[in-house]
Design a protein around this ligand. Structure first.
Ligand SMILES: N[C@@H](CCC(=O)N[C@@H](CS)C(=O)NCC(=O)O)C(=O)O
Length: 242
């Protein structure tokens, strides 16, 4: 059994952290059994979510965990991909995880309308996930500093939306008429694409980015296809957010 530690479920999605959602998607795609528990960042090996307990070992980082699972259980999802498909998948994953991620964070923590919508979710992280009775205003201040240091925090909302829309357009173009990102059958890279698309679409604030994503018909059909194939029997864990 794999125990997946993650943040509370919210906004009708399995998880608002795209990395938690990615890992849960991968586990379902690979047909691996797991149970879900509430994370504590203080106990996370890398101080971030998700983390897992497998074979008595606690491990962090969604991608390192997926690689461990591929080695242990085999890799039926990606074994037929060509080197070129692997390279495209890798590039898209890096873009989503290292760039688009920060745009999503900005729209939740910096933009005022986004923050009003996200505040009830942030409140569910206190005290268990963040490890103490930290004021939510202090969590926001910390996140603003992180975003400033990373660079995205220096942009306007308009600039951030432009950058994020370009990422989504690239994915829509690359997917084209295929059923999944790289082919008509799913690969592990779809766990990333799906979780990031849902993280954008689930935001109650009707941002330009959300509208742009919803206007990409192939991506909307893809999300419906992925959900009915891998999350049809999904039930929310006991802990809940907004
Ligand atoms: N590379 C990591 C990224 C994980 C990550 O950034 N998680 C965020 C939530 S989406 C987090 O735990 N943030 C809390 C913090 O940095 O204090 C992975 O793939 O697991």
């Amino acid at each position: 059994m794999i125990t997946l530690y993650q943040t509370p479920q919210a906004w009708g999605t399995p998880n608002l952290s795209p990395f938690c959602f990615k890992l849960e998607s991968y586990l379902r795609m690979a047909g691996l059994s797991y149970d879900v528990k509430l994370a504590s960042l203080a106990k996370a090996p890398k101080g971030k979510v998700p983390y897992v307990e497998i074979d008595g070992k606690v491990m962090g980082d969604s991608q390192f965990i997926i690689e461990y699972l591929k080695n242990k259980h085999g890799d039926t999802l990606d074994s037929k991909l060509t080197p070129e498909q692997m390279a495209i998948g890798h590039t898209i994953r890096r873009m989503l995880e290292e760039c688009t991620y920060w745009y999503i964070v900005y729209m939740r923590w910096v933009d005022e309308a986004g923050w009003r919508a996200y505040l009830p979710v942030a409140e569910t992280m206190v005290p268990e996930v963040v490890g103490g009775p930290v004021p939510v205003a202090a969590l926001r201040q910390k996140m603003l500093q992180i975003l400033h240091d990373q660079g995205t925090g220096r942009h306007s909302m308009e600039e951030v939306q432009k950058l994020a829309k370009e990422d989504i357009s690239s994915i829509a173009t690359l997917m084209g008429t295929k059923q999944f990102l790289l082919a008509d059958s799913p690969s592990s890279f779809d766990a990333v694409v799906y979780s990031f698309l849902v993280s954008i679409i689930a935001n109650p604030v009707d941002t330009e980015l959300k509208q742009h994503t919803l206007s990409q018909e192939n991506l909307v059909r893809y999300c419906a296809r992925f959900k009915s194939r891998f999350f049809a029997n999904w039930k929310p864990p006991e802990f809940k957010a907004a």
